[in-house]
Design a protein around this ligand. Structure first.
Ligand SMILES: N[C@@H](CCC(=O)N[C@@H](CS)C(=O)NCC(=O)O)C(=O)O
Length: 192
């Protein structure tokens, strides 16, 4: 998002494997001890939760928040779908299927089934929409990074052609190509 809107920013990596998210200074800006969180020094304001951060930055710069009422509410419903379903459920798939395979077969099946359901929901939406709302918006910006971990989720994007088309198109955006490697290079953008 910060690359898309073109604001100056600096990153402060929080190593969640080292419990940096529980440091008192971080808890002041992110009381729920989760990344990401931002501080806007122009306004002396801090914000946690990716959905709130995206809406804040979109409103601040007048970008990626649709101005037309109908499209605005489409953006809002798909952003909320990410916050309530895509993020939490695919996150559980990462936990059980990628990082703790074999420990809880019931949970692996449950979250993998939910992941497949959500890929299907997104695929059907994108069958007749270029983006989740009628224009590229914070709903796409919130959702794309979770789909970029299709390999962690053992998902084959080729089985979801509309989602794949959307994923590849967004991956080609210069801001995405740059932002993917912030704060540091880990891997190339995965391609189906
Ligand atoms: N709903 C939050 C979820 C953020 C989240 O789950 N962050 C994880 C990393 S992807 C985290 O900070 N985990 C640290 C912990 O649980 O202690 C958002 O969208 O910002």
């Amino acid at each position: 998002m910060l690359e898309e809107i073109g604001l100056d920013y600096a990153t402060r990596p929080i190593d969640i494997n080292n419990d940096d998210q529980f440091a008192p200074d971080f808890l002041k800006i992110a009381p729920s001890n989760k990344i990401p969180a931002i501080v806007d020094q122009d306004e002396n304001i801090s914000i946690m939760e990716s959905g709130a951060i995206l809406l804040y930055l979109g409103k601040k710069t007048g970008q990626f928040i649709p101005t037309d009422d109908k499209t605005y509410w489409q953006m809002m419903e798909w952003l909320m779908m990410q916050m309530g379903s895509v993020g939490p459920m695919l996150g559980q798939t990462h936990h059980f299927v990628k990082y703790n395979q074999g420990k809880a077969p019931y949970a692996e099946t449950r979250y993998l089934n939910e992941t497949k359901r959500l890929y299907g929901v997104l695929d059907r939406r994108l069958a007749d929409h270029e983006y989740l709302a009628d224009e590229y918006s914070v709903a796409d910006i919130a959702t794309w990074p979770w789909i970029s971990r299709f390999d962690y989720q053992t998902m084959d994007l080729n089985e979801y052609p509309h989602l794949k088309r959307w994923y590849v198109a967004i991956a080609a955006r210069p801001a995405v190509q740059k932002g993917y490697h912030v704060p540091k290079f880990v891997n190339e953008i995965p391609m189906p």
